[in-house]
Design a protein around this ligand. Structure first.
Ligand SMILES: [Zn+2]
Length: 424
């Protein structure tokens, strides 16, 4: 199988080579797409030989594309013979440092090479971690590849950019470090690759997306280039690892999906002090307990939660809601939240408090009765590993002729945005 009479390396094949075979691996592949200038479908495959030399090959037209529908799968090795070899423009030449493209059609001979494939170790795919993306903003010529889970999509829309009207589709991706970034697919890529994601969006698909650029939007996001390909649930070892991570982290992923819709415009904490027109702010912060020895609960009305000085289960009529009620423990925790602008003391009640302490009010009360307090250090260690998107409500209170503000956490999610330090 391994000996072919006319076996060539890609760099030795040009537009006057008359009889050749090449052993190549499918390095990359687009879905069929339509150029804006032509109604004809085309599909591009990037092949690579054992020397690491790459070449773009194109299949043109519906019939030929359908003919190769089940061939040229990602990372499979093929022997290709006598494809058409055409000169290409310098712009494309620079991409692989090879001045030709191949055209594959129904007459092109090809054979799957199973006995002696090109080893995967030669493919050298590097997937950029989402944690690094904000550090790459401004690097215009950088193209990067990613492997991630698609957790959400936004409404497709049209935007004026690059001197014209563009159709874009945006997806929210999550990687294994639990970081989320937005991927924007543009125009033909939105149509071809975007449509493939759309067909399985509800299954939290894993995608490998290539040749992306880094945009400063959303504090560091990704955009497609003309070379971008998207492989959905690719059969590669790295995807298998991410798949099992997805399996083991369904709850956290579900939280991330839910959290997306509720935080729009992120403010900085300093805005909260200055802005008098709004009383609710979304902030991206770290949180910790700075006031030690908190009980983690208070006794209050079983109906309206207003604080009361009474023993557990004591029956009384509430001064606030006027209802007949029993004294019930409710969670409360004072936290200090911090973003790059400053720090703020906030209070969280009920289920919002449990998100930070992981202990409910009854358990807090039982601990308190035994002379135990919340384990502040342990909680802070856990909190120190993540940051939060928080909705904070600002409430003015007049107390002994002085005006003071109380800041309450009304909603919070573990922050899955890429750039916790970028607040606008
Ligand atoms: Zn009450």
């Amino acid at each position: 199988m391994s000996s072919y009479e006319y076996l060539h390396m890609i760099r030795d094949i040009n537009d006057s080579t008359v009889w050749w075979d090449a052993k190549v691996v499918v390095y990359d592949k687009t879905h069929p797409r339509r150029a804006s200038s032509s109604p004809r479908l085309y599909q591009r495959i990037t092949f690579m030989d054992t020397l690491g030399q790459k070449v773009d090959a194109t299949i043109f037209g519906d019939d030929d594309i359908a003919f190769f529908d089940h061939a040229f799968n990602l990372h499979e090795t093929y022997i290709i013979s006598n494809a058409w070899v055409n000169c290409i423009s310098e712009k494309c030449y620079n991409r692989h440092n090879y001045p030709y493209q191949w055209v594959v059609d129904i007459d092109t001979e090809f054979r799957l090479e199973v006995s002696d494939p090109i080893p995967r170790s030669l493919l050298q795919h590097h997937f950029t971690s989402f944690s690094d993306i904000h550090t790459l903003i401004g690097n215009e010529h950088l193209h990067l590849d990613i492997l991630a889970i698609v957790i959400d999509r936004k409404e497709p829309r049209s935007v004026f950019a690059r001197g014209g009207l563009n159709h874009i589709k945006e997806y929210v991706l999550l990687d294994q470090q639990h970081k989320a970034v937005v991927l924007t697919l543009w125009n033909v890529v939105a149509e071809s690759e975007g449509n493939v994601i759309d067909t399985c969006i509800d299954t939290l698909p894993i995608i490998r997306a290539t040749a992306l650029f880094v945009s400063p939007y959303y504090g560091g996001s990704l955009g497609s280039t003309m070379w971008t390909t998207v492989a959905v649930n690719p059969q590669i070892p790295e995807a298998a690892a991410l798949k099992s991570w997805r399996q083991n982290n369904m709850l956290a992923i579900a939280e991330a999906v839910k959290g997306k819709q509720h935080f729009d415009k992120i403010s900085s904490i300093s805005d909260i002090f200055v802005d008098t027109k709004v009383d609710e702010f979304d902030v991206r912060v770290t949180a910790k307990i700075t006031r030690r020895n908190q009980k983690g609960f208070y006794m209050g009305c079983g109906e309206c939660r207003s604080a009361v000085s009474a023993d557990y289960n004591y029956n009384y009529t509430c001064n606030i809601c006027k209802k007949n009620t029993t004294a019930t423990p409710h969670e409360s925790i004072l936290l200090t939240v911090t973003d790059p602008s400053c720090s703020l003391d906030v209070i969280a009640f009920g289920e919002q408090a449990v998100k930070f302490t992981r202990v409910n009010a009854v358990a807090c009360m039982e601990m308190f009765d035994k002379g135990l307090k919340l384990t502040t250090d342990e909680i802070n260690t856990t909190l120190g590993k993540v940051s939060f998107l928080m909705k904070i409500k600002k409430k003015k209170r007049e107390f002994r002729n002085a005006v003071e503000f109380q800041y309450t956490v009304v909603k919070s999610e573990v922050n899955t945005e890429a750039a916790a330090s970028s607040s606008h």
